[in-house]
Design a protein around this ligand. Sequence first.
Ligand SMILES: Nc1ncnc2c1ncn2[C@@H]1O[C@H](COP(=O)(O)OP(=O)(O)OP(=O)(O)O)[C@@H](O)[C@H]1O
Ligand SMILES: [Mg+2]
Length: 207
Amino acid sequence: MGQEVLRDISFRIPERSFQFLTGPSGTGKTTLLRLLFMSLKPTRGLVTIFGKDRSRITPQELPLIRRKIGMVFQDFRLLDHLTTYENVALPLRVRGREESSYKNDVTDLLKWVGLGDRMHVLPPVLSGGEKQRAAIARALVEQPSILLADEPTGNVDPQLARRLLRLFIELNRMGTAVLIATHDLGLMDQVDARRMVLSGGRLEIYD
Ligand SMILES: Nc1ncnc2c1ncn2[C@@H]1O[C@H](COP(=O)(O)OP(=O)(O)OP(=O)(O)O)[C@@H](O)[C@H]1O
Ligand SMILES: [Mg+2]
């Protein structure tokens, strides 16, 4: 087994809360998000998701619970052979929803992130910032209770970063808990929000 990345960490993410997760590169931010998204199991310790012990969540239950968690991956994970629209709609299509029931919502969501005119192109022709916004839209399409965003402004200019931050704040005002992993001090300074700082495997929280 390799070195432990996270240890002696204890925190809670309240409903409807807004927080940043920060700390040097390689310190475990992505690892922590993956634990919360349940794509990684802790080697020890307790992870509770929506009040449920992670270790008791069965593979059958997992997709249902995960639907309530929106994840923006650091590397986007868009499917190159599907259009922006199809990428965003995919989670709904996969679970058998009729397109007529979600087409308008997906279109509105894409407009909300500023991709109204990029809906029908494939990800390889999107810019970094456009891919980032497509990944954000996909994470939100199931109206999750919590959004986990891994460096969601890592590929955009400061102006677009501010716009995305405003989107996250608006989303949070509508009731979604938001956790943003970021190195961007300038971004964090724009909001008076809880900061969770990872360093050397430990977590300090500044409310
Ligand atoms: N799948 C893996 N297997 C083994 N080690 C890993 C794996 N993923 C990450 N690590 C290691 O765990 C540590 C934390 O990585 P992690 O990606 O969580 O950091 P991070 O804080 O997100 O970094 P960055 O700011 O660069 O995105 C690093 O030392 C990394 O090398
Ligand atoms: Mg990372």
